[in-house]
Design a protein around this ligand. Structure first.
Ligand SMILES: Cc1cc2nc3c(=O)[nH]c(=O)nc-3n(C[C@H](O)[C@H](O)[C@H](O)COP(=O)(O)OP(=O)(O)OC[C@H]3O[C@@H](n4cnc5c(N)ncnc54)[C@H](O)[C@@H]3O)c2cc1C
Length: 465
């Protein structure tokens, strides 16, 4: 076995989980954390795994919620973050919430007392040549000097500093008796597809009411450190509307080159286009709809768009500071940088979003690095599991293999291969629409946990090289 330690940069959710998993697999680890020597704009303490905002790990229901499923998978893989969260639970109904200080203290204590982990405080600004195995887990607020290093390794257009997020809709909640599929001017894409977009038509009254709601809705304010210089290419929709009520109609909502087959004689006044967002075709993003509208209002306002009245959103829009790499372009399937495979990435910097998702990628990255150090093969978990689906999202499951429109995302069922929803319950009675949706999620969760167990058993049997 190689004696070189694995160097993990960043002692947040992902870095701590990666360190734990690698050390529990027998590897030596040096965990580098810059706090307290150098602070971020959001962290308040010098503890490892500090939660910078909410104290919630979201739903703990593995039967009907994808993040609950991720919790269950991580518990089965002996996650440190989940173990400490379970130990520090506070009452939160169906959610898993934690005592934030107790949680960070518990993680810090377990990491610092692990015999194979050495914690070194101090900012890492460059990757020394003698580090043979590195995991970069420096999160959304990666220090500027290290971001510069990553920029040099990945290329200028491969690192984002702001997250301009357009909402994403579950395809099966779009009303296709109102919307239709067509590309502008029926232009064929590289794959020969001439109907690549879903189009939702608005008449003049609907457009004006939509703009009114957009302008009137409450917006999230940026913190000082998020003083965002808007790029004209990704202006929030309401900023565009503030520049002129008709501006969106000449931008992302322009109605040209499209004919509504449901009402061929009615020319829409404006059109909202959605573009396929994942290879499975289960998720579609609203093109050009990045917005600072508060989340509750977004659902209300976007459901006024014809065809989206019953839309269920996999993710709502937003714009905030977030350092992340264009993972589908720059990482291989083992989370290694193609340009320098000594480096693995983990956590939010890879383009997942949220405490749990970040820790989940840390878990896999830690196990991958330990396997590589020991010369053991490592197969990632299957795509039918929440863990596998997240890895698929960041390393190439994304529709655009070029990664041009890659955007960070929370785990959701739309990232897993779809299943036919059962029509009847165990008693033979026909399900209603809502019951059917719940039964489908439960079936997908059961498949995920069964496949995870099979993968775990097979991985344990993998022979050493
Ligand atoms: C303001 C804000 C609010 C958020 N609110 C939520 C929320 O409510 N819920 C949620 O699920 N997610 C939230 N997130 C996202 C959240 O940050 C991530 O989900 C999660 O913390 C990411 O884990 P991570 O390990 O990738 O990064 P982090 O937890 O941020 O850990 C990265 C660590 O790397 C260290 N570091 C950075 N640069 C260097 C360097 N050069 N050398 C050494 N160490 C370095 C940092 O000090 C930090 O400890 C929020 C993010 C921000 C910025």
């Amino acid at each position: 076995m190689s004696q070189d330690p694995i160097h993990i940069i960043g002692g947040g959710l992902a870095g701590c989980e990666a360190a734990w998993q690698a050390a529990e697999s027998g590897a030596r680890v040096v965990l580098h954390e810059m706090r307290p020597e150098r602070r971020t704009d959001a962290h308040q303490t010098d503890r490892l795994a500090e939660l910078v905002c909410s104290n919630s790990f979201r739903s703990d229901d593995a039967d009907s919620n994808a993040v609950g499923l991720l919790h269950a998978e991580m518990r089965r893989l002996c996650s440190l973050i989940m173990a400490c969260a379970d130990d520090c639970q506070t009452p939160a109904g169906g959610a898993l919430a934690v005592d934030r200080e107790g949680f960070a203290e518990a993680v810090t204590q377990r990491i610092e007392s692990h015999p194979l982990i050495l914690v070194e405080r101090g900012e890492v600004t460059a990757i020394p040549a003698q580090w043979r195995q590195v995991i970069v887990a420096t999160g959304p607020l990666t220090s500027p000097a290290l971001a510069q290093t990553v920029l040099g390794l990945t290329g200028e257009d491969m690192l984002s500093f702001f997250d301009a997020i357009a909402p994403i809709v579950h395809a099966d909640t779009i009303d296709m008796s109102v919307a239709w599929k067509q590309s502008r001017y029926d232009k064929e894409g590289p794959g020969g597809e001439a109907a690549a977009y879903i189009n939702c038509p608005l008449n003049e009254a609907q457009y004006q009411a939509f703009i009114d709601a957009l302008l009137a809705g409450p917006k999230s304010e940026f913190k000082d450190w998020e003083n965002v210089p808007y790029f004209d290419g990704c202006l929030p929709l309401e900023v565009m509307a503030e520049r002129g009520r008709e501006t969106p109609r000449h931008g992302p909502m322009k109605p040209v080159g499209l004919t509504n087959p449901h009402r061929p004689n009615d020319k829409p006044y404006a059109v909202v286009q959605l573009r396929q967002d994942n290879a499975l075709g289960t998720l579609w993003n609203m093109v050009g709809f990045q917005t600072k509208l508060k989340h509750g209002v977004q659902t209300e306002v976007f459901r006024t768009i014809p065809g989206l009245e019953k839309a269920v959103f996999a993710r709502l829009g937003g714009l905030h500071r977030n350092t992340f790499i264009n993972s589908p372009r720059v990482l291989d399937t083992r989370l290694r940088l193609k340009a320098d495979p000594r480096l693995r990435f983990a956590g939010q910097i890879t383009g997942v979003e949220g405490y749990v998702e970040s820790a989940a990628i840390g878990l896999i990255a830690g196990r991958m690095a330990a396997a590589e150090t020991a010369g053991r093969p490592f197969q990632p978990p299957p795509a039918t599991t929440a863990l596998g689906a997240l890895i698929g999202h960041i390393t190439g499951g994304h529709l655009d293999a070029g990664g041009r429109s890659f955007q960070p995302m929370n785990i959701n069922y739309g990232l897993l291969p779809p299943m036919e929803a059962p029509r009847r319950g165990a008693d033979g009675a026909r399900y209603g629409r809502g019951e059917r949706g719940r039964a489908k999620k439960k079936a997908m969760s059961q498949r995920a946990l069964a496949d995870l167990e099979a993968w775990r058993a097979a991985s344990a049997l993998e022979p050493a090289l």
